[in-house]
Design a protein around this ligand. Structure first.
Ligand code: AMP
Length: 191
């Protein structure tokens, strides 16, 4: 099984690269941002709770995310593997993911981080906002707040995987296909 954490700040290209990975390796993408947006759209209890945090550019509480991801994994037990896109975003989530994997006899193969500088991120997200329709992609203050959340709460998660010798980092700037080729050369070692 190939289980990948695709890591990086908002706008680094995790969603785009996840699509390429799904096509080539046939594993399932779990994007917590997409899952949350679906809950918000359906106005579920979870969605209504999450919306307040998302609209402020803040992280949604860990318990919400952990339960949601566990449900998704259990609903796809036969998958050849998983790409975690936008999760884990805190150390608490990283530990919870390890726990839920241990209980199911699974293992994270590797974390791949896409490195992109903050100015480029802001530019990319505001550009994406023109077509994505996402409110949180269209307001510069909100975009900067999300990048700030990444810097303070999420970036340290890399150390957690580094300590397990599972951390790999590549540049997220350049041609999409070139970035994908670099991802493949790492992933091919784990299949
Ligand atoms: P994304 O599409 O990954 O940029 O996520 C959009 C928003 O959903 C984020 O700004 C957070 O408010 C929330 N979110 C997504 N994934 C997580 C996570 N793993 N932990 C906490 N909040 C999350």
């Amino acid at each position: 099984m190939l289980n990948l954490v695709l890591f990086g700040p908002p706008g680094a290209g995790k969603g785009t690269q996840s699509q390429f990975i799904v096509e080539k390796y046939g594993i399932l993408q779990i994007s917590t941002g997409d899952l949350l947006r679906a809950e918000v759209a359906q106005q579920t209890k979870l969605g209504l709770e999450a919306k307040v945090f998302m609209n402020a550019g803040n992280l949604v509480p860990d318990e919400v995310l952990i339960g949601m991801v566990a449900n998704k994994i259990d609903a796809h037990k036969d998958s050849k593997g998983f790409i975690f896109d936008g999760f884990p975003r805190t150390e608490v989530q990283a530990k919870a993911l390890d726990e839920m994997f241990k209980e199911r006899n699974l293992q994270i193969s590797v974390m791949i981080a896409l490195e992109v500088d903050n100015e480029e991120l802001t530019k990319r997200i505001l550009e994406r906002g023109k077509v994505s329709g996402r409110a949180d992609d269209q307001n510069e203050d909100l975009v900067r707040q999300r990048v700030q959340e990444y810097e303070t709460k999420t970036r340290p998660v890399a150390n957690y995987y580094q300590a397990q010798n599972k951390f790999q980092s590549i540049s997220g700037i350049g041609e999409m296909q070139e970035i994908f080729a670099n991802i493949c050369s790492i992933l091919d070692k784990y299949i």
